[in-house]
Design a protein around this ligand. Sequence first.
Ligand code: CP
Length: 315
Amino acid sequence: MIAADPMTRAPRTDLIDLAMLSDESIEYLLEDAAWLARLQAAEEPLPTLRSGATVATLFFEPSTRTRNAFLQAAHLLSAQTLSVEAESASIRKGESLEDTIATLEALGTDVLVLRHPQAGAAWRAARACVQARVINAGDGTNAHPTQALIDLFALRQRFGEIHGLKVLVLGDLLHSRVARSDLWALHRQGAICLASGPATLLGPLPPWVQQVADPDSVLPEVDAVLLLRLQRERMEEELIPSLREYRARFGMTSERAALLREEAVILHPAPVNRGVEIDDAVMRDPRTLVFRQMQIGVFVRMAALRWVLQGGVTC
Ligand code: CP
């Protein structure tokens, strides 16, 4: 017997940045994603979004996982979908973000899922929307809230709780919205946060993140390693000597993976640069949860859609 729908207890809002949400709000979202996953596993009927609800994805940057997980989530919740990719839209003819949003609202959009290269674009979209709710699918180097929820879900599923876990975030923190959202969320949930990467790619770290020069020195004691993609598209100059040197010092090679405990897990938001951030053999390691994270992504996006339409504890 699956428990009653937890989202019935909450009012509605946008989902822009986990840092704006209360612990209670994050709990609702995780609880709802877990409930939906259990329904799916039990082959029970999934709930539907508000009758006739339309979800629009508006992506100004490439995406495989986030965009398709939202579309799949909308489909599973029996919603209508619209999908706009900037490359093939009137944005290329000079249409503003606000006019594109007004167009999507005129077409009946209830939830706008936005990915944009500018930090703060999701806030701008939320201000532009008259009635649609906004979900941030990644804004520049700022935030990727649903990815952080996925990672919290994956860690909870493996360890039961996050409090007290030691998590190493490894790689290009400077350009990573995933790192920003994850570190904040992990800290709020009581994890011990460590960070390592090339000095040129660390950026300013919050005071509660312990900087580690050599990742090998902490690998035997961490519960999880969150690998980050080298975001070369955001680098205006070469910030690492070579990919080979990056792999040698910071890549999750088989040798480095062998330093991890048997119970430890390896996360990566993907897409991965195989042979740079992670070796092929480590991708096949049962401790590597990359494809599990993608499966979880659909349930987290379903919860996010339900949250903004039906729920959302006040920020
Ligand atoms: N993790 C993630 O955001 O992947 P995409 O860029 O493919 O959406």
